[in-house]
Design a protein around this ligand. Structure first.
Ligand code: GDP
Length: 463
């Protein structure tokens, strides 16, 4: 593979066409990025499955695994040994539940997959939402055990809710792991039964049949995770891909390199020389040393004096890169975490009023007109009010079921208008996905997540 970073550090800034050509060449040599969230009912076996997968892929050393085995034996919880790989703190371990979205990476033949682990425990749903808002694709895990699949699938179970949630947040591709097939003697009939029931529901929920793949597995025994089945009873009827191949076959999202430049600032610090530094992810487009940028919503210009990735100086950074940029021509006081650096010729919209499609989660009180929330957009936190309930939508078809509803109950989908207390930089979801999603929280609890559908009072000021 081409040493991407060295190539980037070489030479002075060139025009955008050259930079794009170089990017495409580099990309031809490297694996595609994929963000995956794992969803499903509590106890479906999500942690065990992903932990075992990481272990089989060599992401966990024998030594650490041995330590986990010893510890789990001591506590009499051997069956949790793989799930522990994803759990970080001792407290979670002794309670036997996963709490945080623990990020882990693994590779398939063509992809680097960032795993956003979604715990299934009801109390911790907000963490799953965080994962879901960042996901390109989802793995839905269901327990094939007789009675258990039904519990998760019925109303009150999380199988349907999670599938609807990721679909509402823009995820189209789904891998369905029909898990714990060891508990039903690798029965083809049971597999087909689950595929039949779930398949019909997913179709109704708006997933295209060609974007959904069912795969029989056992997270506990490791069957069909990273290599074809070895179990005779499964081999007799299953000729399809293993889980790793299902993940490899997902279509990666286009890295939005040709879109206008956007970087969302998540840290600001004093540099060594003159000027100061901001760091964050290049969400779209690219940026070079020497570029003029606009800092929004402040509407002030700045110059990129230097760029670095992992403390190595580079001349150019692309969508998907986490970078530090040294800025000059702007006062450090005028820049805040949550602000966006953008291309001054195609700036990000700035507004304090917009319309969005939201999914309502667990709220104690129904959402009514005038409901106050904290809007989380990238690293920005902003006080906001839901000023209008435009329509309630059908959860799976997305059709309007009621115009101007008086309130929104938990688990409903709706179109609402929001007013923020200060102007913010935000994109339409259809233009730039990464900057068109947000979450609404109240008292530290996520009450809704949404996609921006209309921005009013567009402020476009040229640099
Ligand atoms: P999560 O809540 O979805 O993360 O589920 P866990 O991974 O914590 O698993 C819940 C329980 O199911 C644990 O006791 C696991 O040992 C058990 N389990 C997980 N996967 C399998 C499997 O493939 N086969 C069997 N028989 N049990 C499993």
């Amino acid at each position: 593979a081409l040493p991407a970073r060295e190539a980037r550090t070489a030479g002075r800034s060139r025009d955008k066409v050259d930079v794009l050509a170089q990017y495409l060449q580099e990309r031809g040599h490297s694996k595609e990025q994929l963000h995956m969230v794992v969803i499903g009912h509590v106890d479906a076996g999500k942690s065990t499955l992903m932990g075992h997968l990481l272990y089989r892929l060599g992401q966990v050393t024998k030594k650490i695994m041995h330590k986990y085995e010893q510890e789990s034996k001591k506590l009499g919880k051997q069956s949790f040994v793989y799930a522990w790989i994803l759990d970080e703190t001792g407290e979670e371990r002794s309670r036997g539940i996963t709490m945080d979205v623990g990020q882990s990476k693994f590779e398939t033949a063509t992809k680097v997959v960032t795993l956003l682990d979604a715990p299934g425990h009801k109390d911790f749903i907000p963490n799953m939402i965080m994962g879901a808002t960042q996901a390109d694709v989802a793995l839905l895990v269901v327990d094939a055990t007789r009675g258990e699949f039904e519990t998760g699938f019925e109303s009150g179970g999380q199988t349907r809710e999670h599938a609807l949630l990721v679909r509402s947040l823009g995820v189209c591709q789904l891998g369905v792991v029909v898990n714990k097939l060891d508990t039903v003697g690798w029965s083809q009939e049971r597999f087909q039964e689950v595929v039949g029931k779930l398949g019909a529901f997913l179709k109704q929920a708006g997933f295209r049949e060609s974007d959904v793949t069912f795969v029989p597995c056992s997270g506990l025994t490791g069957e069909n995770l990273v290599s074809p089945p070895s179990e005779d009873m499964l081999l007799q009827w299953y000729k399809g891909p293993c889980l790793l191949d299902v993940v490899d076959k997902f279509k990666s999202p286009e890295r939005p390199i040709s879109k206008p430049f956007r970087l969302s600032i998540n840290d600001i610090f004093k540099g060594t020389g003159s000027g100061f530094c901001v760091s964050g992810r290049v969400e779209t487009g690219m940026v070079q040393v020497g570029d003029k940028v606009l800092v929004q919503p402040q509407n002030e210009g700045a110059i990129i004096k230097a760029l670095s990735i992992d403390d190595v100086a580079v001349q150019v950074a692309y969508a998907g890169d986490q970078v530090s940029a040294t800025l000059s021509g702007i006062d450090m006081q005028n820049v805040s975490v949550g602000y966006i650096l953008c291309d001054p010729t195609q700036p990000i919209p700035v507004t304090s009023h917009f319309e969005a499609r939201i999914v309502v989660f667990d709220t104690k009180l129904p959402i009514t007109k005038g409901y106050s929330v904290i809007l989380h957009h990238q690293s920005l936190l902003e006080q906001a009010v839901i000023t209008n309930l435009v329509a309630q939508l059908h959860k799976s078809s997305g059709e309007v079921v009621k115009r101007r509803p008086r309130c929104l109950m938990r688990n409903s989908n709706a179109v609402v208008e929001l007013q923020t207390s200060h102007p913010i930089s935000i994109e339409l979801y259809k233009d730039i996905k990464e900057l068109g999603r947000f979450m609404l929280r109240v008292g530290g609890v996520t009450v809704a997540a949404g996609l921006v559908t209309q921005v009013s009072k567009l402020t476009v000021i040229l640099f």
